[in-house]
Design a protein around this ligand. Structure first.
Ligand code: SF4
Length: 245
């Protein structure tokens, strides 16, 4: 991705079809289009330079709390609290003595800010270290407390690892959902365009019949197709469908 579009100016010029093809099966393809819109906004509003503050980043398409803070901390080396799934779990265990983090809230940002050491360098390293600890040592299902540098100060360990009794976010299913059908429909366009030899700014059109072949449930397939059109991930003309260019 970086080799193809090294900066916002290059990505802003790319065709949507090319961006969606490069995104491949990463999931949530709307994010690919938001990233391109974000690059265009950076070119228009910030002269092609990624802004270095959280508020300006939050104004950009597709950028939320986590991304804005991660960019400021990890790309610009400024100590703002960053909270991802792994950090949330470590804070819940070490600081609050609970096995799992509750559904996301502003409170976690405040907790992280309170725990961070002063100074940009130390603060950023702390965020990266807690994130890594959550990914590699204090994992969701198999925390390796014997190897953990926080073992002596971990409230959950000290309390004897009590089971979690708080609220949980509903788990997201994938198989059989509209998301899966949307992915299958996009695959037809993406793979077809890649095999067609057409340029990135040329449409590769497929018939309705080719799309109908990917999923047996007419109602669900129609719903998925309509939502792809509404999201700007597909375009339609003369009864045929293409990635946007
Ligand atoms: S002691 Fe165990 S539960 Fe506590 S932070 Fe370390 S790995 Fe996680």
């Amino acid at each position: 991705w970086i080799a193809k579009w090294p900066g916002p100016a290059e990505l802003a010029e790319a065709s949507s079809a090319e961006v969606l093809r490069a995104w491949g099966k990463l999931g949530y393809p709307r994010r690919a289009l938001r990233l391109k819109e974000c690059a265009q906004a950076i070119v228009e509003r910030h002269g092609g330079e990624v802004p270095a503050d959280v508020e300006a980043l939050l104004e950009l398409p597709g950028v939320g709390d986590y991304t804005s803070r991660a960019v400021v901390a990890f790309a610009f080396g400024r100590a703002v609290p960053v909270v991802d799934t792994n950090i949330r779990r470590v804070i819940a265990r070490v600081d609050r003595g609970e096995a799992e983090a509750p559904p996301p809230s502003k409170k976690e940002l405040e907790d992280m800010e309170r725990l961070m050491p002063p100074g940009n360098r130390a603060g950023v390293r702390f965020c990266a270290a807690v994130m890594e600890l959550g990914a590699l040592v204090c994992s969701a299902r198999g925390p390796r407390c014997d190897e953990c540098p926080l073992a002596e100060r971990c409230a959950w360990r000290a309390a004897g690892f009590p089971a979690y009794e708080g609220k949980r976010r509903a788990p997201q299913k994938f198989a059989g959902t509209d998301r899966q059908v949307r992915g299958l429909l996009l695959d037809v366009l993406r793979d077809g365009h890649a095999d067609s030899g057409l340029g990135e700014h040329e449409h590769f059109w497929v018939s309705r019949e080719r799309l109908d072949a990917v999923w047996p449930d007419d109602t669900q397939r129609d719903r998925a197709l309509s939502s792809l059109l509404a999201d700007g991930l597909l375009v339609e003309a003369n009864g045929e469908f293409s990635l946007p260019v």
